[in-house]
Design a protein around this ligand. Structure first.
Ligand SMILES: C[S@@+](CC[C@H](N)C(=O)[O-])C[C@H]1O[C@@H](n2cnc3c(N)ncnc32)[C@H](O)[C@@H]1O
Length: 339
């Protein structure tokens, strides 16, 4: 992940931090969206997409940038928007219905709206048509999965048995198997470039390991105001949170779905714990990866745009909330039961 942007104007030397660029609403665009498609077909060890970014002096007025509509036809079919949902990020974690997470302050909601608008007007899309098979049209051309993986990677993925070996193989191949791009669900998402089998390790959710007081502090004081999107936090347990806001892999871009094709688990590999996203079922090329965030918050209800017929309408884990309400009784109720 880049730590600083430099103005892409040929004669300008101004550099700035990505978070500051977002806060100042500076434009950051992909240099060439064809490059992404090229990247998918090439065998680069570390494929690199260059971002174009312009300082205040050189940025183009937004009207000069190609609009989503002009590039993609009807944007309503591609990106679902809803003014009611302005949040940019919900914490994710393995299933734990006793936890309550996430609070959205009004100013956070406002800045999140800005981010949402910014992301949804990004003038490109990476082949995200088959994100969840709903509404997948005939233009979804599956790519031959084997062609993209070199012989060594294929051999590695076939012959792995132990968790440690699977983990090693996953780490070695994820760049060739996965890509990020504009999602139909929300902002950016992660897509499978090749077919995967149920149970496959897809990617590790990595970031900075911090304690909950630190993640809470960052959420409130730093990222909410700058990114305007909450944070990319994954709670491992009461003691540890992974903050993927400024560091990590593309795993933090995986969106939520009420009928996901993946799930998250904390696994132990040679004594160290890792958050791994596993395939819940077979996944076709160009499907968007999703997992159930199991977002539990009594204060905040986050509308869900996963688009599945059985969508529960909110990212929140409603079942967990019902369960936790059941086990929480008022003092007076307790006394009544005693009598
Ligand atoms: C970790 S981010 C995922 C990446 C995000 N799409 C982005 O571009 O930054 C989590 C945030 O994405 C949004 N999101 C993810 N899945 C969603 C869904 N099914 N419906 C609505 N919003 C979703 C929520 O705002 C959530 O807080």
């Amino acid at each position: 992940m880049e730590l600083a942007y430099r103005c892409s104007h040929p004669t300008c030397r101004v550099a700035y931090h990505p978070l500051c660029a977002r806060a100042a609403d500076l434009c950051v665009e992909l240099e060439d969206d064809d490059k992404i498609h090229l990247m998918l077909l090439e065998e680069d060890e570390d494929p690199c997409i260059r971002l174009l970014s312009y300082c205040k002096k050189h940025r183009q007025p937004s009207t000069e940038r190609p609009s989503l509509e002009s590039n993609l036809g009807n944007p309503a079919q591609l990106v679902q928007t809803d003014a009611a949902s302005s949040s940019g990020c919900a914490r994710t974690e393995p299933y734990n219905f006793h936890r309550r997470r996430g609070q959205q302050q009004p100013q956070v909601t406002a800045t999140a709206s800005v981010k949402r608008l910014y992301v949804e007007n990004m003038p490109y899309i990476v082949s995200g048509y088959c994100q969840n098979k709903v509404g997948c049209d005939t233009s979804c051309e599956p790519i031959q999965s084997v062609a993209l993986l070199d012989a060594a990677s294929q051999e590695a993925s076939v012959n792995v048995s132990s968790m440690a070996e699977k983990y090693k193989s996953m780490k070695a191949t994820f760049r060739k198997r996965l890509a990020f791009g504009k999602s139909r669900i929300h902002g950016f998402g992660v897509f499978a470039k090749v077919a995967h089998k149920a149970g496959d390790m897809m990617i590790e959710y990595i970031g900075e390991l911090v304690r909950p007081p630190i993640s809470d502090l960052r959420e409130r004081r730093i990222y909410n105001s700058l990114v305007g999107a909450g944070t990319y936090m994954f709670r491992i347990d009461d003691e540890r949170v992974i903050d993927a806001t400024r560091a990590g892999s593309i795993a933090h871009l995986i969106n939520h779905s009420c009928e996901p094709n993946c799930y998250s688990r904390v696994i132990s590999v040679l004594g160290d714990e890792h958050i791994i996203i596993f395939a819940k079922r077979d996944i076709d090329p160009w499907e968007e990866l999703t997992y159930d965030y199991r977002f539990v918050s009594n204060e905040q209800r986050l509308p869900c745009y996963c688009g599945f017929p059985k969508c529960r309408g909110v990212v929140n884990d409603v079942e967990a909330e019902v369960q936790s309400t059941k086990i929480r009784v008022t003092r007076s109720e307790l006394f009544q039961q005693k009598d």
